[in-house]
Design a protein around this ligand. Sequence first.
Ligand code: URA
Length: 210
Amino acid sequence: MTEHLTIVDHPLVQHKLTHMREKTTSTAGFRRLLREISNLLAYEVTRELPVTTREIETPMNTMQAPVLDGKKLVLVSILRAGNGLLDGVLELIPSARVGFVGLYRDEETLQPVQYYFKVPQELEDRLVIAVDPMLATGNSSVAAIDLLKKAGATNIRFMCLLAAPEGVARMKEAHPDVPIVTASLDERLNEDGYIVPGLGDAGDRMFGTK
Ligand code: URA
């Protein structure tokens, strides 16, 4: 991917996103819509995967048919909200390997602190797609990608549902080599670090917590 930011403005994505934003949408509805949108975002984020050909036999003939090339790609969920995007991407790419990065925010320094990190082997040879629905300040995304690079990843993409301009700028500064795919670039962050107009707390809305 050459663009640093790709906004997937497909009508189906935008329609589903509108329902997700609405505060009256139920937890079950929110979860279902997130899964559906993540299918569609996954389509975009994997658009330029390398392909090779393999000889197959159809009922009519033999042909050289396209198949994905290279090692299985890796999906990395940035906990906990990343899990909501993970399911939908796995539906489309069931053989993907999966990793998890857990970060919490230190209340004093406000900096992300790692509490969990588990990723597949041979990251250096694989496309790594990190997923987190909300790119807000960018602090946790930048920290997660720092960790992935330290673990060997060299080809990383970041997939989110909503992005704030502040988070995109922070990612571009820290990781200009990591393309971002999102369904929307919203207006701004508010003073509490929430995306406006946004959709509220994505984790709370998908898991029914508050
Ligand atoms: N995380 C969320 O869940 N929502 C926001 O608006 C920002 C960060």
